[in-house]
Design a protein around this ligand. Structure first.
Ligand SMILES: Nc1ncnc2c1ncn2[C@@H]1O[C@H](COP(=O)(O)OP(=O)(O)O)[C@@H](O)[C@H]1O
Ligand SMILES: [Mg+2]
Length: 259
């Protein structure tokens, strides 16, 4: 289980997170949502041990920030919001780098499987920089999947932390990625995902955490967080949540400015 409390951090002398408490269970997709600048990426970076600040974080009993880099890389993989590749690597090489960060022994089949999982097998030996933005995003996801290939390892869950994993993707590939994350969680792994698409989130996440102004303003099941007042207040626009058969809820954007 991922458990954090009292998380606070200032960047450029400005408080960005204020006393945030957060939890996520393995076997679930926990989505972090909220408007631009609300602190989602900052929270994710603290949870993964990549950004130091105040507070306590326990990842299945260990503190990410003090774990040995190799042990941390074997336990959790991180898909940042943006990743630049400055050298002419092929997709296979990029995914292999992820795999080797998380596994002592290189198992070549896993690189092929991770690439197949994101539907890029025919591009595997092409140059990464020749791929479209959406293909590169899926390529990076294959890289982090290959890093923590087993959702459960030595009796402990592996974790995927993904920052806007579907932002660059068409609707079909959005669903493909959400299905990939769901499979990882169903097999015992933990998933923490920063998301913007509230409908996709409501459909796929087990828990939603809504941020606003560096604080968590609501957390719970999608039906608990996806309410007109909570969303309208956080996103500063008038939003109307509806239910749609056969199950689930959906959002109808109504107006740009909060009345
Ligand atoms: N390195 C930084 N220096 C100063 N301010 C930063 C830095 N990184 C982020 N911020 C600020 O912190 C706030 C939260 O940023 P971020 O966590 O990236 O938001 P989100 O991911 O929710 O859009 C923003 O106002 C942003 O401008
Ligand atoms: Mg962000």
């Amino acid at each position: 289980m991922l458990l954090a409390s009292g998380l606070s951090v200032s960047l450029g002398r400005r408080p960005v997170l204020s006393d945030v408490a957060f939890e996520a269970q393995p076997g679930q997709i926990t989505a972090i949502v909220g408007p631009n600048g609300s602190g989602k990426t900052t929270l994710l970076r603290m949870l993964t041990g990549d950004l130091a600040g105040q507070g306590a974080i326990s990842l299945d009993g260990d503190t990410p920030a003090t774990m040995a880099p190799r042990a941390l890389a074997q336990r959790r993989a991180v898909l940042p919001q943006a990743t630049a590749v400055g050298f002419p690597f092929t997709l296979r090489e990029i995914v292999r780098m992820g795999h080797e960060a998380g596994h002592a022994a290189h198992r070549p089949g896993i690189v092929d499987e991770a690439v197949a999982e994101v539907g890029l097998s025919r591009k595997i030996d092409g140059f990464f920089h020749d791929m479209s933005g959406g293909e590169q995003a899926r390529g990076h996801l294959a890289r982090v999947r290959a890093q923590v290939w087993e959702p459960m390892r030595d009796g402990r869950p592996s974790w995927l932390f993904v920052d806007e994993p579907v932002a660059a993707l068409d609707i079909g590939h959005q669903l493909q990625v959400m299905t990939l994350l769901r499979r990882f969680a169903d097999a015992g792994g933990g998933v923490v995902a920063v998301m913007h698409d509230l409908n996709l989130t409501a459909m796929h996440a087990d828990r939603m955490v809504l941020m606003d102004g560096g604080r968590i303003v609501a957390a719970g099941r999608p039906t608990e967080v996806m309410t007109d007042p909570l969303l309208s207040s956080a996103y500063r626009c008038r939003l109307c949540v509806n239910t749609a058969p056969p199950k689930g809820i959906w959002l109808l954007p109504q107006a740009a400015a909060l009345a």
